[in-house]
Ligand binder design. Structure first.
Ligand code: GSH
Length: 247
């Protein structure tokens, strides 16, 4: 029995869901996990992150690791290439999504959250925001030189690179726009064309629709103040798990 712990709004989870949809792995449960996680969830998974792939009581963390694991155990239909060189290219593009887009965007999001929450604004935060948003613009330009021009990230078909890039681009774009920062994608014609075309692929359209649903839900949670309470509950459960003696 396999189950993916996943949130609609989590771009890392969306990457694995898009792969599951593209491969037609309908036996893997992908329904939305409640936002509040239990202390046991954190105790069982030292990395304490979503997504987590549950396999008969065991769990695999990290979206890239889950993606490679699924390709190994379900090689067909393949979202990898047919040569080591093709695989290296797919993994390079996926890594741009992971390291240069997602890591930077998550750090930027946490900084702007701090900015919004505090008065007076802590010194130095504005320059960190300028630095990280500049890095995002530069990474999108890099991607613009490498991305496929035929509606796919590479190889003219859906691969793990698309599964990593579709959620990463959508996350970066919405996160920056939400915070009143400029959208870096419009100025990069190849990335913009890729983004418009890949949305026509059913697995991509599905995760983007789930993002939309997640954003609506998040807006509601923010307006009712529920989000802060849920974040605090997760933090308390995580800290309790971290304090518990290791087995
Ligand atoms: N490097 C991890 C990052 C996963 C991650 O940060 N997930 C977020 C949701 S998108 C999360 O679990 N946040 C909850 C928390 O940090 O407590 C991956 O690729 O899976």
């Amino acid at each position: 029995m396999m189950k993916l712990y996943s949130w609609d709004l989590s771009p890392y989870s969306a990457r694995v869901r898009m792969q599951i949809y593209a491969k037609g792995l309908t036996h893997i449960a992908t329904e939305q996990t409640p936002f509040i996680l239990t202390r046991k969830f954190y105790e069982d998974r030292p990395l304490s992150r979503i997504p987590s792939l549950e396999i008969d009581g065991d769990a695999i963390s990290e979206s890239a690791v889950i993606a490679e694991y699924l390709e190994e155990i379900y090689p067909e239909p393949s979202l990898l290439g047919s040569t080591p060189r093709e695989n290296a290219h797919i993994r390079t593009l996926a890594r741009i999504g992971d390291v240069y887009l997602m890591n930077t965007a998550f750090t930027l999001a946490s900084q702007t959250r701090t900015l919004a929450a505090q008065t007076p604004v802590p010194t130095g935060i504005e320059s960190i925001v300028a630095l990280l948003s500049g890095q995002l613009v530069s990474s999108i330009r890099t991607l613009d030189r490498m991305i496929g021009r035929d509606g796919f990230a590479c190889l003219g078909r859906l691969t793990l690179a698309d599964c990593a890039l579709v959620p990463a681009l959508s996350y970066v774009q919405h996160m920056l726009l939400n915070r009143g920062l400029a959208d870096p994608i419009g100025a990069s014609a190849n990335v913009a064309a890729y983004q418009a075309a890949i949305e026509g692929q059913e697995p991509a359209a599905r995760v983007l629709a789930e993002f939309h649903r997640g954003r609506e839900e998040r807006r509601e949670q923010i307006s009712t103040g529920e989000l802060e309470k849920m974040r605090a509950a997760n933090q308390a459960a995580r800290e309790a798990a971290e304090r518990a003696p290791s087995a």
